[in-house]
Design a protein around this ligand. Structure first.
Ligand code: PLP
Length: 232
């Protein structure tokens, strides 16, 4: 457990240093702590260490942990979301990072309307066009955002990407840079129901570079909880 506290302190220090080196304000960076496969006891320990944003990539894990994890947190859905599961998390999550189809955006808007809320979402972009990953291609991003901006009960708050895994984190710098350029382009369009505010990119092995390239949400799991055990 102590390790978790040390890791969180280290990462906050790293965020601060990285920001200082590139002239950014560390307070502009939101650390989303990724808790997939982590049990509620350890998650609550992290919360006691000052963590307030948690990320899960599966609907079921959020539903399972929602009652046992401290209520003083904001949940982020960071993984692929099936249309038929929106109803289980619409009232539980602060931000959905993974909108990647018109059908999904429509369903989120429809469910949000029933709760009389607007749901903040990010559009997931598959910058490197990897076949194994979800997301919209960079070239289709503008048309896609335009088409989902007609739904009144979602707010498009920005973009998210998962960079390809690379031994050399420098290799992903261009991916982050391209996403930032698209983010800036979209910001200038002043589309309805759109308020480009968040750029969600960077994980345990590449968050420094993501921050240097403009990320304001980073999603970190392994560097806090250690290697995940998927076989429990
Ligand atoms: C698991 C996951 C992360 C965290 O990855 P780490 O390498 O453990 O920091 C970030 N984003 C998404 C979408 C993930 O699924």
């Amino acid at each position: 457990m102590d390790e978790i506290q040390v890791n969180i302190t280290d990462i906050k220090e790293e965020i601060k240093k990285t920001c200082q080196n590139c002239g950014r304000n560390p307070e502009d960076i939101t650390l989303v702590v990724v808790t997939k496969t982590v049990d509620p006891e350890r998650i609550n320990y992290a919360v006691d260490c000052g963590v307030s944003n948690l990320g899960e990539n599966k609907v079921q894990e959020i539903v399972d942990k929602y009652e046992t994890v401290s209520k003083n947190v904001k949940w982020h859905l960071i993984g692929h979301l099936q249309t038929n599961k929106v109803k289980y998390i619409i009232d539980k999550v602060e931000l959905i990072h993974s909108v990647d189809s018109v059908k999904l955006a429509e369903e989120i808007s429809k469910r949000a309307e029933k709760y009389d809320i607007t749901k903040d979402v990010l559009v997931q972009i598959n910058v490197a066009e990897e076949e194994t990953k979800f997301g919209i291609g960079l070239d289709e991003a503008v048309d896609f955002v335009k088409s989902i901006s007609e739904f009144d009960n979602i707010r498009i708050k920005g973009l998210m990407t998962i960079a390809p895994y690379s031994e050399d984190p420098e290799g992903v710098r261009l991916v982050f840079r391209q996403l930032k350029e698209k983010f800036d382009e979209l910001s200038k369009l002043n589309l309805p129901n759109t308020d480009m505010k968040y750029l969600s990119m960077g994980m345990s092995n590449d968050y420094h570079i993501a921050i240097e390239e403009g990320a304001n949400i980073i999603r970190v799991g392994t560097a806090i909880f250690g290697k995940r055990n998927y076989n429990k």
